[in-house]
Write a protein that binds this ligand. Structure first.
Ligand SMILES: [Zn+2]
Length: 104
């Protein structure tokens, strides 16, 4: 388990260890952007927590009060087959990109 003195130091840890322009493993960063999230979290004390909230940059255990910084790093798992429903997701994203370029 990694620890940091505060949120700023935790953010630096994620940048130092995860911001690799190219590497053997695919990865991504998400931007919370204040949007709501549904999250199951497991504290080192054994407590299982469920969060449905906005602005989940940090979470706190309601048993031992440990505070955690939510790392925006996510693992990407390569799929060996592509189903049509996933193609539809990609198409939606491309349409959003087209909208943003049109405004420039
Ligand atoms: Zn805990």
């Amino acid at each position: 388990m990694r620890t940091a003195k505060n949120s700023d130091e935790a953010m630096l840890l994620t940048q130092e260890s995860n911001l690799k322009p190219y590497g053997p493993e695919p990865y991504a960063y998400i931007q919370w952007k204040g949007t709501d999230v549904c999250m199951d979290a497991f504290c080192v004390c054994g407590n299982h927590m469920h969060f449905d909230c906005d602005h989940a940059y940090h979470i706190q255990c309601d048993e031992c009060e440990a505070m955690y910084y939510c790392n925006p790093y996510i693992e990407l798992i390569k799929l060996e087959s592509i189903e049509d429903e996933y193609r539809a997701t990609l198409k939606r994203d491309e349409e959003e990109d087209d909208d943003s370029s049109a405004k420039k």
